[in-house]
Design a protein around this ligand. Sequence first.
Ligand code: SF4
Ligand code: SF4
Ligand code: FES
Length: 230
Amino acid sequence: MVSLTINGKRLSVEEGTTVLDAARAADIQIPTLCNLEDVHQAGACRICVVEVEGARNLQASCMLPVREGMVVRTNSGRVRRARKVLYELMLSDHPRDCLTCYRNQSCEFQELGHLIQVWDFRFEGERSKTKVDASSASIVRDSGKCILCRRCVTVCNEIQEAGVLNVQRRGFHTVIAPAAELPLGSVNCANCGQCVMVCPVAALRVQDHVDRVWEALADPAKRVVVQTAP
Ligand code: SF4
Ligand code: SF4
Ligand code: FES
């Protein structure tokens, strides 16, 4: 077992535990965004940063294993300021059209903004080009809403083993897409929908066929059969 202190609370946890998990076990909440418990740990967003006594830089708690005698602060002024800036930078390259967004009120990015109290757009700059790919029968990709958490990449490659979604290009131009940025409808996607399930925003969503169903129901020449998707 490893002993450490988080926010003045002395804890003892198993070796190999991350600081995030140690904090959660002690009911200390650290905000996260890219992390998905038991599925995806990539350290991509840095929202979960904490201050560790003796360390020069803030550390991503979801990737940081506990060490004997560690003293951690999860909510100091320095941590709160850093979290806010990280969030605001992500927001500066986001469409911010919440009112008409498919994920309004069920969006993890929106919820996080409330939690860390961001009420302003402080940073304006170049925006990534929005590219909507509706070529698939069941999934719509909207790259302009992607926050590059890479959850979908992990799920598609490591859990579903479909190998469809991957990181394409680099830096500011990074996008999550099939190889060569081919349309999703033209590649070997299994339409399992697992990537949609883990996406924290509306960058991946299910195709909405409700209007077509209404039309079919109103057509007396059609017999309508309803089948649920997997
Ligand atoms: S639907 Fe399944 S196979 Fe297709 S991109 Fe998403 S996770 Fe990969
Ligand atoms: S598409 Fe969604 S799950 Fe995939 S990286 Fe972008 S925000 Fe994350
Ligand atoms: S939640 Fe830890 S880096 Fe994203």
